[in-house]
Design a protein around this ligand. Structure first.
Ligand SMILES: [Zn+2]
Length: 383
């Protein structure tokens, strides 16, 4: 098996946590991903990898390092997001402190542990004289925690045959995750003085009918055939705002809805479901008026256990861990869906730890070291 430089990985992980890479959309005072991208780029250059930076928007920098193998073969991308959610309320978000085998700080678990393991895997391959075929790409991407600007942009420049996303999975292999769709419904009423029921039309009351329809639909979703790893689809009425004052009939009411999808549910199907719900309101009351908008749709993700990258990673992990990793599904959306949509056979495997988006976040250091070994061995097997 390839030799893993655990000291290097630990040092790199602590350095990564110490670089503030909070997503600047989530915290306007945050610096963006340039500093962390340059750190990764310089480290990968030092290993002999070819490094390229991509900046689809000012300050939003992704970096891709390419390590060529020693024979023609397939292209495998390791993918991690370099941004984190904000650090509000954390006493020492960028300490990178190592205590009892855990590294602490914002992003340690989600997902600088994964990024450090990827860098450790590239180092193991480089140290061994690049025994893999084809090429290994290491991508540290911007903006996954908001709109995935980074991976979306990279997929215009790279066409890897396969990808391993190192979002945390406690060293299990994630072969499916949910998608989501964001919708906005605005009901229309007629503003009037609160005393003039004869003139006013209450947009908030109209939204009540939409909410009742959504509640019925939500119950119906829970009754549908669940996905084996992800369960049933769901929806919730996430935000609502209507009306302008106590003595005024509400002229409009705006509702934002999040619909979580499972593999097999298309953008069209979930959008049509919402349109049908609104059409029914018009059938019941022809004066009912509402606008409907699709804000963002992200596809669910699923890959077969039989895919070459899944088999390669599973074999590698079995050799490294001494047990066959479980195949699991995860509920949050990930960049994996974008990579899969761009034609890369994609699978997810990451470190163990806790506290993603929470006030205390840590990653289990031993799992980061093991992950690095799994990734390096998977590259040799797959490429
Ligand atoms: Zn993440």
């Amino acid at each position: 098996m390839l030799a893993i430089d655990t000291g290097y990985i630990t040092r790199v992980l602590q350095d990564l946590v110490r670089i503030n890479s909070v997503n600047p959309v989530l915290d306007p005072a945050a610096p963006g991903e340039r500093a962390i991208a340059e750190y990764v780029g310089e480290a990968m250059s030092a290993l002999g990898a070819e490094v390229r930076y991509h900046e689809p928007k000012a300050g939003r920098v992704s970096v891709v390092a390419r390590l060529d193998g020693s024979a023609p073969g397939r292209s495998l991308m390791f993918n991690a997001h370099a941004d984190t959610v904000d650090a509000a309320g954390m006493p020492e978000p960028f300490s990178g402190e190592l205590r009892d085998g855990r590294v602490y700080g914002r992003g340690a678990f989600d997902m600088k542990g994964g990024l450090a393991a990827m860098m450790g895997a590239v180092k193991a391959l480089a140290d061994a004289g690049s025994p893999h075929a084809g090429e290994v790409l290491l991508a540290a991407v911007a903006d996954e925690e908001y709109a995935s600007l980074g991976t979306e942009d990279l997929m215009r420049h790279y066409r890897p045959d396969a990808a391993i996303v190192t979002e945390p999975t406690a060293l299990d292999i994630c072969v499916a995750h949910k998608g989501f769709a964001w919708f906005e419904v605005t009901t229309r009423g007629q503003a009037a003085h609160g005393s003039r029921f004869d003139l006013g039309v209450d947009a908030n009351m109209r939204m009540g009918r939409v909410l009742a329809g959504l509640e019925t639909l939500e119950r119906d979703l829970r009754g549908r055939t669940p996905h084996a790893l992800l369960g049933p689809p769901s929806l919730h009425a996430a935000t609502i705002a209507g009306g302008s004052g106590l003595s005024t009939y509400a002229a409009s009411c705006r509702l934002q809805i999040e619909r979580r999808t499972i593999p097999g549910e298309s953008r069209e199907a979930v959008t049509n479901e919402m349109r049908a719900l609104l059409r029914r309101q018009v059938e019941l009351d022809p004066s009912f008026e509402a606008d409907f908008e699709v804000l963002l749709v992200r596809a669910p993700f699923e890959i077969s256990d039989e895919a070459a990258i899944v088999r390669a990673l599973s074999d590698a992990a079995t050799a490294v861990l001494g047990r066959k990793p479980a195949y699991v599904g995860q509920t949050p959306w990930m960049d994996a869906a974008l990579l899969a949509d761009a034609g890369a056979e994609t699978v997810v495997m990451g470190a163990a730890g806790a506290g993603a988006h929470a006030k205390e976040e840590w990653v289990d250091l031993a799992s980061v070291h093991q992950l690095a070994q799994c990734l390096a061995e998977a590259a040799v097997r797959y490429c």
